[in-house]
Design a binder for this molecule. Structure first.
Ligand code: E4P
Length: 217
Protein backbone atom coordinates (compact mmCIF):
# COMPACT_ATOMS: atom_id res chain seq x y z
CA UNK A 1 0.00 0.00 0.00
CA UNK A 2 1.26 3.45 -0.89
CA UNK A 3 1.60 6.13 1.80
CA UNK A 4 0.65 9.72 0.97
CA UNK A 5 0.80 12.57 3.47
CA UNK A 6 -2.22 14.85 3.74
CA UNK A 7 -0.72 18.28 4.39
CA UNK A 8 0.68 21.44 2.78
CA UNK A 9 3.36 21.78 5.48
CA UNK A 10 6.58 21.58 3.46
CA UNK A 11 8.82 21.00 6.50
CA UNK A 12 6.74 17.94 7.45
CA UNK A 13 6.75 16.70 3.85
CA UNK A 14 10.53 17.06 3.55
CA UNK A 15 11.07 15.28 6.86
CA UNK A 16 8.77 12.37 5.96
CA UNK A 17 10.19 12.14 2.42
CA UNK A 18 13.63 11.59 3.98
CA UNK A 19 12.38 8.24 5.38
CA UNK A 20 12.05 6.97 1.81
CA UNK A 21 8.56 5.75 2.68
CA UNK A 22 6.52 8.61 1.27
CA UNK A 23 4.83 7.90 -2.07
CA UNK A 24 2.90 11.15 -2.60
CA UNK A 25 1.07 14.12 -1.12
CA UNK A 26 -2.54 15.29 -0.99
CA UNK A 27 -3.69 18.84 -0.30
CA UNK A 28 -7.09 20.50 -0.26
CA UNK A 29 -8.29 24.12 0.05
CA UNK A 30 -8.58 23.81 3.85
CA UNK A 31 -4.98 22.58 4.17
CA UNK A 32 -3.76 25.41 1.89
CA UNK A 33 -5.65 27.94 4.04
CA UNK A 34 -4.12 26.42 7.18
CA UNK A 35 -0.60 26.74 5.71
CA UNK A 36 -1.13 30.46 5.01
CA UNK A 37 0.97 30.01 1.84
CA UNK A 38 0.32 30.86 -1.81
CA UNK A 39 -1.39 27.85 -3.44
CA UNK A 40 0.57 27.78 -6.70
CA UNK A 41 3.92 28.46 -5.01
CA UNK A 42 3.53 25.86 -2.28
CA UNK A 43 2.28 23.26 -4.79
CA UNK A 44 5.43 23.81 -6.87
CA UNK A 45 7.57 23.46 -3.77
CA UNK A 46 5.83 20.22 -2.74
CA UNK A 47 6.18 18.76 -6.25
CA UNK A 48 9.94 19.24 -5.99
CA UNK A 49 10.08 17.45 -2.61
CA UNK A 50 8.44 14.18 -3.72
CA UNK A 51 8.58 12.14 -6.91
CA UNK A 52 5.07 10.73 -6.55
CA UNK A 53 1.70 12.38 -7.24
CA UNK A 54 0.83 15.66 -5.53
CA UNK A 55 -2.90 16.38 -5.49
CA UNK A 56 -3.90 20.00 -6.06
CA UNK A 57 -7.62 20.77 -5.95
CA UNK A 58 -9.65 22.95 -8.28
CA UNK A 59 -11.97 25.39 -6.52
CA UNK A 60 -14.44 26.14 -9.32
CA UNK A 61 -17.77 24.33 -9.33
CA UNK A 62 -18.49 24.42 -13.08
CA UNK A 63 -16.75 22.29 -15.71
CA UNK A 64 -15.42 25.14 -17.87
CA UNK A 65 -13.75 26.98 -15.02
CA UNK A 66 -12.48 23.70 -13.54
CA UNK A 67 -10.74 23.03 -16.88
CA UNK A 68 -9.16 26.52 -16.84
CA UNK A 69 -7.90 25.99 -13.29
CA UNK A 70 -6.65 22.49 -14.15
CA UNK A 71 -4.69 23.95 -17.09
CA UNK A 72 -2.82 26.23 -14.68
CA UNK A 73 -2.30 23.53 -12.05
CA UNK A 74 -1.04 20.83 -14.40
CA UNK A 75 1.65 23.16 -15.77
CA UNK A 76 3.23 23.37 -12.30
CA UNK A 77 4.95 19.98 -12.56
CA UNK A 78 4.60 16.56 -14.17
CA UNK A 79 3.62 14.94 -10.87
CA UNK A 80 0.57 17.14 -10.21
CA UNK A 81 -2.68 15.19 -9.87
CA UNK A 82 -5.72 17.40 -10.44
CA UNK A 83 -8.23 16.96 -7.64
CA UNK A 84 -11.88 17.42 -8.58
CA UNK A 85 -15.02 17.04 -6.46
CA UNK A 86 -17.41 14.16 -7.03
CA UNK A 87 -20.08 16.13 -8.88
CA UNK A 88 -21.33 15.92 -12.48
CA UNK A 89 -19.07 18.84 -13.45
CA UNK A 90 -16.18 17.29 -11.52
CA UNK A 91 -16.55 13.98 -13.35
CA UNK A 92 -16.90 15.71 -16.74
CA UNK A 93 -13.61 17.41 -15.94
CA UNK A 94 -12.13 14.10 -14.77
CA UNK A 95 -13.06 12.38 -18.05
CA UNK A 96 -11.57 15.14 -20.18
CA UNK A 97 -8.33 15.38 -18.20
CA UNK A 98 -7.91 11.59 -17.96
CA UNK A 99 -8.42 11.24 -21.71
CA UNK A 100 -5.53 13.73 -22.09
CA UNK A 101 -3.30 11.58 -19.86
CA UNK A 102 -3.47 13.87 -16.80
CA UNK A 103 -3.57 12.30 -13.32
CA UNK A 104 -6.93 12.96 -11.65
CA UNK A 105 -7.94 12.42 -8.02
CA UNK A 106 -11.72 12.47 -7.50
CA UNK A 107 -12.39 13.68 -3.97
CA UNK A 108 -15.27 13.83 -1.49
CA UNK A 109 -16.49 10.31 -2.27
CA UNK A 110 -19.02 8.95 0.23
CA UNK A 111 -20.68 6.05 -1.62
CA UNK A 112 -19.65 3.03 -3.65
CA UNK A 113 -21.86 4.19 -6.54
CA UNK A 114 -19.95 7.49 -6.62
CA UNK A 115 -16.71 5.49 -6.75
CA UNK A 116 -18.10 3.46 -9.66
CA UNK A 117 -18.88 6.69 -11.55
CA UNK A 118 -15.37 8.05 -10.92
CA UNK A 119 -13.79 4.84 -12.26
CA UNK A 120 -15.97 5.03 -15.38
CA UNK A 121 -14.78 8.65 -15.79
CA UNK A 122 -11.19 7.36 -15.86
CA UNK A 123 -10.05 8.68 -12.47
CA UNK A 124 -6.49 7.78 -11.48
CA UNK A 125 -7.54 7.94 -7.80
CA UNK A 126 -10.82 7.85 -5.91
CA UNK A 127 -10.76 9.43 -2.45
CA UNK A 128 -13.37 7.99 -0.08
CA UNK A 129 -13.34 9.98 3.21
CA UNK A 130 -13.49 7.29 5.91
CA UNK A 131 -13.12 9.58 8.96
CA UNK A 132 -15.92 11.93 7.92
CA UNK A 133 -18.03 8.84 7.09
CA UNK A 134 -17.46 7.45 10.60
CA UNK A 135 -18.12 10.88 12.17
CA UNK A 136 -21.60 10.80 10.66
CA UNK A 137 -22.54 7.32 11.85
CA UNK A 138 -21.61 5.40 8.69
CA UNK A 139 -18.99 2.66 8.44
CA UNK A 140 -16.03 4.14 6.56
CA UNK A 141 -14.14 0.89 6.17
CA UNK A 142 -17.25 -0.94 4.85
CA UNK A 143 -17.25 1.67 2.08
CA UNK A 144 -13.64 0.78 1.22
CA UNK A 145 -14.55 -2.94 1.13
CA UNK A 146 -17.45 -2.25 -1.27
CA UNK A 147 -15.29 -0.14 -3.58
CA UNK A 148 -12.52 -2.79 -3.60
CA UNK A 149 -15.08 -5.47 -4.55
CA UNK A 150 -16.63 -3.38 -7.33
CA UNK A 151 -13.30 -2.29 -8.80
CA UNK A 152 -12.05 -5.89 -8.77
CA UNK A 153 -15.30 -7.14 -10.39
CA UNK A 154 -14.65 -4.95 -13.41
CA UNK A 155 -10.84 -4.70 -13.29
CA UNK A 156 -10.95 -0.91 -12.96
CA UNK A 157 -7.46 0.56 -12.65
CA UNK A 158 -8.57 3.54 -10.54
CA UNK A 159 -6.59 3.44 -7.29
CA UNK A 160 -8.50 3.49 -4.01
CA UNK A 161 -6.95 6.34 -2.02
CA UNK A 162 -8.30 6.13 1.53
CA UNK A 163 -8.70 9.71 2.79
CA UNK A 164 -9.82 11.46 5.97
CA UNK A 165 -7.73 8.94 7.90
CA UNK A 166 -7.84 9.65 11.63
CA UNK A 167 -5.75 6.92 13.29
CA UNK A 168 -3.52 3.85 12.70
CA UNK A 169 -6.48 1.42 12.78
CA UNK A 170 -7.83 3.07 9.61
CA UNK A 171 -4.43 2.36 8.02
CA UNK A 172 -4.40 -1.26 9.21
CA UNK A 173 -7.93 -1.89 7.93
CA UNK A 174 -7.10 -0.21 4.59
CA UNK A 175 -4.13 -2.55 4.15
CA UNK A 176 -6.22 -5.62 5.11
CA UNK A 177 -8.86 -4.72 2.54
CA UNK A 178 -6.26 -4.07 -0.14
CA UNK A 179 -6.71 -0.33 -0.65
CA UNK A 180 -4.03 1.05 -2.99
CA UNK A 181 -3.14 4.20 -1.04
CA UNK A 182 -3.80 5.77 2.37
CA UNK A 183 -3.31 9.51 2.75
CA UNK A 184 -2.63 10.44 6.34
CA UNK A 185 -1.96 13.51 8.46
CA UNK A 186 1.76 13.59 9.45
CA UNK A 187 0.94 12.63 13.07
CA UNK A 188 -0.77 9.41 11.95
CA UNK A 189 2.25 8.41 9.85
CA UNK A 190 4.53 9.06 12.81
CA UNK A 191 2.28 6.99 15.09
CA UNK A 192 2.67 3.98 12.79
CA UNK A 193 6.32 3.71 13.81
CA UNK A 194 5.55 3.63 17.52
CA UNK A 195 5.09 0.72 19.89
CA UNK A 196 5.54 0.79 23.66
CA UNK A 197 7.36 -2.57 23.55
CA UNK A 198 9.81 -1.25 20.94
CA UNK A 199 10.65 1.66 23.28
CA UNK A 200 10.90 -0.67 26.26
CA UNK A 201 13.07 -3.12 24.32
CA UNK A 202 15.50 -0.36 23.22
CA UNK A 203 15.71 0.88 26.80
CA UNK A 204 16.60 -2.62 28.05
CA UNK A 205 19.17 -3.29 25.33
CA UNK A 206 20.84 0.11 25.91
CA UNK A 207 21.06 -0.49 29.66
CA UNK A 208 22.61 -3.96 29.16
CA UNK A 209 24.97 -2.68 26.44
CA UNK A 210 26.26 0.04 28.78
CA UNK A 211 27.23 -2.71 31.27
CA UNK A 212 29.56 -4.28 28.71
CA UNK A 213 31.70 -1.13 28.55
CA UNK A 214 32.18 -1.78 24.81
CA UNK A 215 31.69 0.42 21.74
CA UNK A 216 31.26 -0.35 18.06
CA UNK A 217 33.95 1.11 15.87
C1 E4P B 1 -7.88 13.96 1.21
O1 E4P B 1 -7.42 14.12 0.11
C2 E4P B 1 -8.39 15.03 2.07
O2 E4P B 1 -7.53 16.13 1.91
C3 E4P B 1 -8.38 14.68 3.52
O3 E4P B 1 -8.03 13.35 3.77
C4 E4P B 1 -9.57 15.17 4.30
O4 E4P B 1 -9.42 14.80 5.64
P1 E4P B 1 -10.29 15.45 6.82
O5 E4P B 1 -11.63 14.79 6.83
O6 E4P B 1 -9.51 15.12 8.06
O7 E4P B 1 -10.37 16.92 6.55
Amino acid sequence: MKFFVDTADTAEIADLAATGLLDGVTTNPSLIAKSGLNFLEVTKEICALVEGPVSAEVVALDHETMMKEAEILRKIADNVAIKVPLTIDGLKTCKKLSDDGTLVNVTLCFSANQALLAAKAGASFISPFVGRHDDNGFDGMALIEDIRLIYDNYAFETEILVASVRHPIHVLESARIGADVATMPPAVIRNLFKHVLTDKGIEGFMADWAKTGQSIG
